[in-house]
Design a protein around this ligand. Structure first.
Ligand SMILES: O=C(O)C1=C[C@@H](OP(=O)(O)O)[C@@H](O)[C@H](O)C1
Ligand SMILES: C=C(OP(=O)(O)O)C(=O)O
Length: 441
């Protein structure tokens, strides 16, 4: 067993930060385009992609299924571009085992691709990944006529028996635990012989922005998708056109840096912010003003400035932005409520339980509701903030540590899931505060 990492002293920054932060590529876009490149009708290019644990796991998974992924020099600030030669229908690697790590995009998006290949593919991941909901993927593949051996667990590990082709057609799933169940099937649907008519039945699909992203990305590579009827998606069979794309910066991962402007009463600018995007992180533009920030967008740069205090707010459907928002609410001047995020109980960890435990460990007053959190103001104190192998818990601890002296994060390295550069970029931003020297420990 690897030794536990040393706790990380979160920089305490009592003065305003004033910095420009360049953000690495989007996880959700990188991993969608990698999947589509593996299915495409020729070689594709991803420019300025994300390089992190989740993207590496996706690359390794696609290589296991027979795609060729090469790193080629590019202009991105955070690593090479990627050239992908699709999975060849004639190649059928044997003994396929896919390590999904803790990546939802890998554990949900790759099984339908394995179904299109020949022979068995085993899916497994981190111990925490075995807790994540997978039942709708397993049920969908069975409804599509495939044999999936999950040992009765309804979770990983499981084996998908590929038969070289998937007929497709109309299937009904319950995607209330994760939007990724929908995205996964849509991404592969054009490669099914009859295409796909996917119907969702059950409580609402969460994180619908991510499904809209999938639909937009598919249309961009020539796949016909009809999403005009709620809870129905129809994907026509046909080729996925090879492509050459620039990956946008990850706007969800921009969140903690923007939050630093509020937590310190400073200003943070993010260049390369897309004018128009399907990323859920674009919601920072509407969320942060509710928390008291001034937000402006000029020439592709988003600027966020904080004032004297953080305002309490009621925020709905914040999806993967919720841990960052919760950290700000723990520093706010009144009670805040986060709703529509019950499915976060099935994320990297049970994020609602984890946020309540860690905010309260520092003296805060947070409570779970059926579908979210209530966070009331209370002075916080020094202590250890546990990350539960969850990158967004680790960054939530870093945000609180800006305003509360003596916070440590137990495993800041877990940010490598989607942003290995986090500790370096955070230190750089913190060093822009005039009082940084006084605050650094
Ligand atoms: O499709 C995607 O890229 C994602 C969808 C969302 O999953 P859920 O619907 O499970 O929240 C999101 O939280 C996750 O970080 C990324
Ligand atoms: C929920 C998340 O990740 P995953 O893609 O593993 O579901 C996340 O990044 O917040």
């Amino acid at each position: 067993m690897p030794a536990a990492p040393a706790p990380w002293d979160a920089p305490f920054v009592p003065g305003p930060v004033d910095g420009v932060v360049q953000i690495p590529g989007s996880k959700s876009l990188t991993n969608r385009y990698l999947v589509l490149a593996a299915l495409a009708d020729g070689p594709s290019m991803l420019r300025a992609p994300l390089h992190s644990r989740d993207s590496r796991l996706m690359i390794d998974a696609l290589r296991t299924l027979g795609a060729v992924v090469e790193e080629v020099p590019g202009n991105g600030a955070f690593g090479p571009d990627l050239r992908v030669t699709p999975i060849s229908r004639s190649s059928s690697p044997a003994g396929k085992r896919i390590d999904c790590g803790l990546a939802g995009t890998v554990m949900r998006f790759v099984p339908p691709l394995a179904a299109l290949g020949d022979g068995p593919t085993v899916f497994d991941g981190d111990p925490a990944a075995r807790q994540r909901p997978m039942g709708s993927t397993i049920a969908a593949l069975r409804e599509l006529g495939l044999v999936v051996d999950d040992g009765g667990r309804n979770a990983m590990p499981f084996t998908v028996e590929g038969r070289g082709a998937v007929r497709g057609g109309h299937i009904v799933i319950d995607a209330s635990a994760s939007s990724q169940f929908v995205s996964a099937l849509l991404l592969a649907g054009a490669a099914f012989t009859d295409g796909l008519h996917l119907e969702h039945s059950g409580p609402p699909v969460p994180s619908l922005d991510h499904v809209r992203m999938t639909v937009r990305v598919l249309r961009g590579v020539g796949v016909e998708v009809d999403d005009s009827v709620p809870n129905h998606w129809i994907v026509q069979p046909g080729p996925v056109r090879a492509f050459d794309v620039d990956i946008e910066p990850d706007l969800s991962n921009a969140g903690p840096f923007l939050a630093a402007a509020l937590a310190t009463g400073g200003t943070v600018r993010i260049p390369g912010w897309p004018a128009e995007t399907t990323q859920v992180g674009d919601q920072w533009r509407s969320i942060l003003p509710k928390l008291g920030a001034e937000v402006s967008y000029v020439d592709g740069t988003l600027s966020v400035s904080g004032g004297g205090s953080i305002k309490a707010a009621d925020l709905a459907d914040t999806s993967e932005l919720a841990p960052t928002a919760a950290a700000l609410c723990a520093l706010a001047d009144g009670p805040s409520r986060l709703s529509g995020i019950g499915h976060l109980r099935g994320h990297e960890t049970d994020r609602l339980a984890a946020l309540v435990a860690e905010i309260n460990r520092l003296g805060g007053d947070a409570e779970e509701t059926a579908d979210g959190l209530v966070i009331r103001p209370r002075p916080l104190h020094a202590g250890l903030f546990r990350s539960y192998e969850d990158h967004r818990m680790a960054t939530a601890g870093a945000i609180i540590g800006l305003a509360v002296e003596g916070v440590q994060v137990d495993d800041i390295g877990t940010t490598s899931k989607t942003m290995p550069e986090f500790p370096r970029l955070w230190q750089q931003l913190c060093a822009t505060a005039p009082s940084a020297a006084a605050g650094a420990r």
